[in-house]
Design a protein around this ligand. Sequence first.
Ligand SMILES: Nc1ncnc2c1ncn2[C@@H]1O[C@H](COP(=O)(O)OP(=O)(O)OP(=O)(O)O)[C@@H](O)[C@H]1O
Ligand SMILES: O=C(O)c1ccc[n+]([C@@H]2O[C@H](COP(=O)([O-])O)[C@@H](O)[C@H]2O)c1
Length: 220
Amino acid sequence: MSDRIESGEAIHALFGGTFDPIHYGHLKPVEALAQEIGLNRITLLPNHVPPHRPQPEANTQQRLDMVKLAVADNPLFSVDERELHRLAPSYTIDTLEEIRREQGKKIPLAFIIGQDSLLTLHYWHRWQALLDYCHLLVCARPGYTDKLDTPELESWLAQHRTTKIDDLKQQANGLIYLAHTPLLDISATDIRQRKHNGISLDDLLPPTVQQYIEQQGLYR
Ligand SMILES: Nc1ncnc2c1ncn2[C@@H]1O[C@H](COP(=O)(O)OP(=O)(O)OP(=O)(O)O)[C@@H](O)[C@H]1O
Ligand SMILES: O=C(O)c1ccc[n+]([C@@H]2O[C@H](COP(=O)([O-])O)[C@@H](O)[C@H]2O)c1
């Protein structure tokens, strides 16, 4: 259940990731999403122990450094380090519970994911409870469609989906919005692979992050 907010509050959006490394496939779609629905605050949440995947190649401090460098000059973004202090897997529901406690019930909170994450959302810890705390904003990603494999996820999406941006501001949580963001065929896996193979990373991630990767000798 969600509280209805009469005045239409600004949405606080959270964007979690392993960011090994952060790249334009993360940054550009969420910047476009901010334009599309009128966000002025996106908090990046790098994780320490990602659930459901092997440990990242770059260490936690390096991934955090790259996230900070990537958004240093962009007031849209801030970085929240809370998941880095947790030794257990960074389950999103735990983070949302904490942030909701801090911010109260009335502020619309949203968690941003890419379309690939939506397809496997039913494997997330207490996935159906996520909407008790936030909306989900889904960025398009090349190679992934809206067609979900499991009927359970499909009917959950149908039940909670909205196409109305105003709804996201008038409710504190409980909705799923599939955004019309640009498709960027960039992945951290491909970037690491390119680096291993000595292929240029130009145009895939900010120059400051590229320089950091060189200085630290990452992904060799
Ligand atoms: N090119 C992209 N377009 C849209 N969303 C993306 C893109 N790349 C990553 N995301 C989303 O950003 C979030 C964090 O992604 P993550 O840090 O795992 O990046 P990744 O490039 O998918 O990494 P990897 O290749 O190592 O799996 C996820 O919700 C993911 O769906
Ligand atoms: O809560 C879960 O079970 C869960 C499972 C997989 C991923 N997540 C979160 O989703 C975000 C994107 O994850 P990833 O692995 O694509 O970087 C990141 O914040 C993860 O902590 C969360």
